[in-house]
Design a protein around this ligand. Structure first.
Ligand SMILES: C[S@@+](CC[C@H](N)C(=O)[O-])C[C@H]1O[C@@H](n2cnc3c(N)ncnc32)[C@H](O)[C@@H]1O
Length: 334
């Protein structure tokens, strides 16, 4: 057998189709299929409302094939996965990230070739947006809401593991910089009830976070981590922050954090780590391309983060692979 006949087309065929599977789920979430089915089983005609019944039936059958719906006779119902993760009102919902992927990321990714050629994000090319990074993510209150709900859903999957990755019992006050809806601060407090915790984020975000944070449990501090003084803490956290920014900005931020910490203070980082030889894992590669199309940053290996931490003055750093969407690093000031 020559090499041509040994080649397996399966991976190519799967990847030709992969975006269709994603988009079918995006459309079903966006059309409210899983929300409607939370009220009870329904047929295609009911779910189509005044839309095309045959087309809706095709989407619903596709969702059955994707294990998102079950079908009995002509009635569809949510699977357990859809009930927990695709229904908008579920506490663990990922619908925010699905909608954000559908409305924003899917369109930005359509310009990946230009991003690779030019090495920069695609906000202007795709949406005609100019200006600082988070003015794009937060263009309207609805955009901000969807983005932060998306972060929250994913955060709930990883934050308990990030908070458990190291022994944090010696720290007294945690400030999560860019902590958004406070899922990491809350996970840390659940594991270490003695810990005081605060979320420091842009003013619009801390206002929005009030919906998520139990009053009195987590302090919400509005501010800009590049331009404002940082609050007092012996443990800072940055979750999915460093991967947003260019290297000079990361070193500026890490140096500012280092200088604000007391001796022995710590910095907990939550990011998806690339393997040392950069051969995987694939979700980290995809996230790095995602950072290319929508931010100034990228994903890194532990060694790359360690080098940045050393430039900022941190004496020690240790990685932990959590097995969840985000890994963890604990860096210590000497
Ligand atoms: C990718 S999100 C990560 C949110 C959260 N840490 C998480 O893991 O869910 C980035 C966060 O950084 C915040 N942010 C961006 N620029 C900021 C700045 N200059 N100062 C403070 N927060 C900022 C955003 O508002 C957003 O909440």
């Amino acid at each position: 057998m020559n090499k041509m006949t040994q080649a397996d087309p399966a991976v190519v065929i799967d990847l030709i189709e992969a975006f269709r599977r994603s988009k079918a789920m995006f459309a079903a979430v966006s059309l409210g299929v899983f929300d409607r089915l939370a009220e009870g089983p329904a047929d295609a005609k009911t779910l189509a409302s005044d839309g095309d019944v045959d087309a809706m039936e095709r989407l619903l059958d596709a969702c059955v094939g994707l294990s998102l719906l079950a079908k009995e006779g002509n009635l569809y119902s949510n699977t357990a996965t859809a009930r927990v993760y695709l229904r908008r009102s579920s506490p663990q919902t990922l619908a925010g990230y699905v909608l954000y992927s559908n409305q924003i990321l899917f369109r930005l990714w359509a310009n990946l070739e230009s991003a690779v050629r030019e090495g920069s994000h695609r906000w202007n090319q795709t949406f005609g947006f100019d200006g600082p990074l988070f003015s794009h993510f937060f263009k309207t209150d609805q955009d901000m809401r969807e983005f932060l709900l998306g972060m929250h859903g994913f955060g709930l999957l990883s934050s308990p593991a990030v908070a458990a990755a190291f022994d944090l019992s010696g720290f007294r006050r945690l400030v999560d910089l860019g902590g958004a809806t406070g899922h990491l601060a809350m996970a840390a407090r659940r594991r270490y009830p003695h810990l005081q915790a605060a979320v420091f984020d842009l003013h619009r975000v801390t206002e929005f976070a009030r919906e998520f944070v139990p009053a009195g449990e987590i302090e919400l501090i509005p501010g800009d981590f590049f331009t404002d003084a940082l609050p007092e803490a012996d443990l800072f956290a940055v979750g999915r922050i460093l991967h947003d920014w260019s290297e000079p900005k990361i070193v500026t931020l890490l140096t500012k954090i280092h200088d604000r910490l007391p001796p022995g203070g710590g910095l907990l980082i939550a990011e998806k780590l690339l393997e040392d030889d950069r051969t995987g894992p694939v979700p980290a590669h995809m996230q790095s391309l995602n950072m290319l199309i929508c931010t100034e940053g990228k994903e890194r290996t532990f060694a790359e983060y360690k080098a940045l931490l050393e430039r900022a003055g941190f004496a020690r750093a240790e990685p932990s692979k959590t097995g969840t969407p985000l890994d963890a690093i604990l860096a210590c000031k000497g």
